[in-house]
Design a binder for this molecule. Structure first.
Ligand code: ATP
Length: 439
């Protein structure tokens, strides 16, 4: 991974906006921050939730053959023994003998030069460093108490394969989906929330008849690309890149990455992999349990193959943020987040023209009505133009201004984020007006 040049104007603008407007804060900020961990503020929590909800809607809600799961984060070593993570989930670590900094060897731009102190040939031999966080479960710190924080959500789906199959009455092709936190002790976290040690993933394991695996792999590559595009990501900034043969894991017969053109170049948002029967077979062997499917139509048992679209929620949120960020000059100077309305933290803001006035009653009443359906902001401080800019900056698609004419004509002004056009709409028509625009 190329480290972002911190002077890059777009990157700097995103980090500043995030801090200034409560999208993302450095974690433990009052103690000077803590090792590339981040907290999602009042606006960020909504944006991140909307990314996850949009994924869940397309992957679970709109498909009768996919069900959800929320598996535990703590897990015993057996899971990671079987999955291969204990032995293989490693990155090559090198130390610079001059400045003492550590790097991931496979991500160095020049394998002979230290990116920190620029010393040549100063690296130690690479050591394999396991990325899993190890901890103890229970009060006695013996070998039996060792537990791991999951480095991916996927294993939760594999170890619950039989539970889900037996209780949901699904049959292949069917999927199990999960959104949740994962932890990796990354050697070089960085580029804001692109690579962190604690992050959120959105993963789905799709179990298919072995002969159909290739067909479903192609299907999911297309579906996942469409998801980003349908949510408004700029078409020429997102691409599907099939892995070269030397990048493939030994069990994978095909993997493609969805990549976004970040300020530092193309980088991964999601991996879609044809994993064969590797995972179910491994867990069946290690647990001694049957993890296959009895097919009543052919009277045979077989192990389904798995297609896995595995995306990062926090990383995807960052990509949408960068993609939506626009600075406009000319007659009106403003910063706008041109987010798809599904992702916008607030869908609408109610703005009484002046505070502590008789406008508060109707404004509060309108807020109460709209907030039943939408995340609705309420802002009554500063000049109205400034308030519009504040909403533009966090991507609110519509602002509703309650003014003194409202008291006479029972109507309000609705201003659109993108066109800045204004329309007078009667109070009782505001909700249907929004329903129409936001559907
Ligand atoms: P890399 O090679 O960049 O370390 P990976 O290929 O190991 O990543 P996967 O295991 O395929 O990543 O994880 C699926 C998705 O989870 C990634 O595409 C990414 O969006 C997200 N992800 C993985 N590691 C991190 C991290 N440290 N911080 C944020 N998101 C991550």
């Amino acid at each position: 991974m190329t480290r972002m040049n911190e002077a890059d104007p777009l990157f700097e603008a995103i980090v500043n906006l995030s801090k200034r407007r409560g999208i993302v804060f450095p974690s433990a900020d009052i103690y000077g921050g803590f090792r590339s961990t981040y907290d999602y503020g009042p606006i960020g929590v909504l944006l991140l939730r909307n990314v996850k909800d949009a994924w869940w809607e397309s992957m679970v809600q709109k498909r009768h053959e996919v069900v959800g799961l929320d598996a535990s984060i703590l897990s015993p070593p057996q899971v990671w023994e079987a999955s291969g993570h204990l032995a293989n989930f490693t990155d090559p670590l090198v130390d610079c003998k001059e400045c003492g900094n550590r790097f991931r060897e496979d991500k160095l731009e020049d394998p002979n030069a230290c990116p920190n102190c620029k010393a040549k040939g100063s690296f130690t031999e690479a050591r394999q460093f396991n990325l899993m966080f190890e901890t103890q479960a229970g009060p006695v710190a013996d070998a039996g108490a060792v537990a791991y924080l999951r480095p991916e959500t996927a294993q939760g789906m594999f170890i619950n394969f039989a539970n889900v199959l037996n209780t949901s009455r699904k049959k292949p092709p069917f999927g199990i989906a999960q959104v949740g936190k994962s932890f990796r002790n990354e050697i070089t976290p960085g580029n804001f929330v692109f690579r962190t040690r604690e992050f959120e993933q959105m993963e789905m394991e799709y179990f298919v008849p072995p002969d159909d695996a290739e067909k479903w792999y192609e299907y999911w590559c297309q579906e996942r690309m469409d998801w980003y595009l349908n949510l408004g990501m700029t078409a020429d900034k997102v691409r599907l890149r099939p892995h070269d043969d030397d990048e493939l894991s030994h069990y994978s017969s095909g993997t493609s990455d969805v990549e976004y053109m970040f300020p530092w170049g193309w980088d991964e948002l999601e991996g879609i992999a044809n994993r064969g029967d590797f995972d179910l077979t491994q867990h069946a062997e290690h647990s001694g349990q049957k993890l296959d499917y009895f097919d009543p139509t052919t009277d045979t048992r077989w192990t389904p193959h798995v297609i896995e679209p595995a995306a990062g929620a926090t990383r995807t949120m960052m990509a949408f943020l960068i993609d939506a960020y626009t600075e406009e000059t000319g007659e009106t100077e403003r910063t706008v987040l041109r987010l798809h309305h599904k992702l916008a933290p607030y869908k609408v803001a109610v703005l009484p023209l002046s505070k502590k006035s008789e406008l508060e009653g109707p404004a509060q009443k309108l807020f109460d009505e709209l907030a039943q359906v939408y995340m609705c902001d309420y802002d009554q401080t500063q000049a109205i133009g400034k308030r519009y800019r504040r909403q533009d900056e966090i991507g609110t698609p519509y602002c509703v201004t309650v003014d003194f004419d409202t008291l006479e004509d029972q109507a309000v002004t609705i201003r659109s984020r993108d066109s800045m056009e204004q329309e007078r709409v009667s109070l009782d028509k505001v909700l249907p007006w929004l329903n129409d625009k936001l559907s």
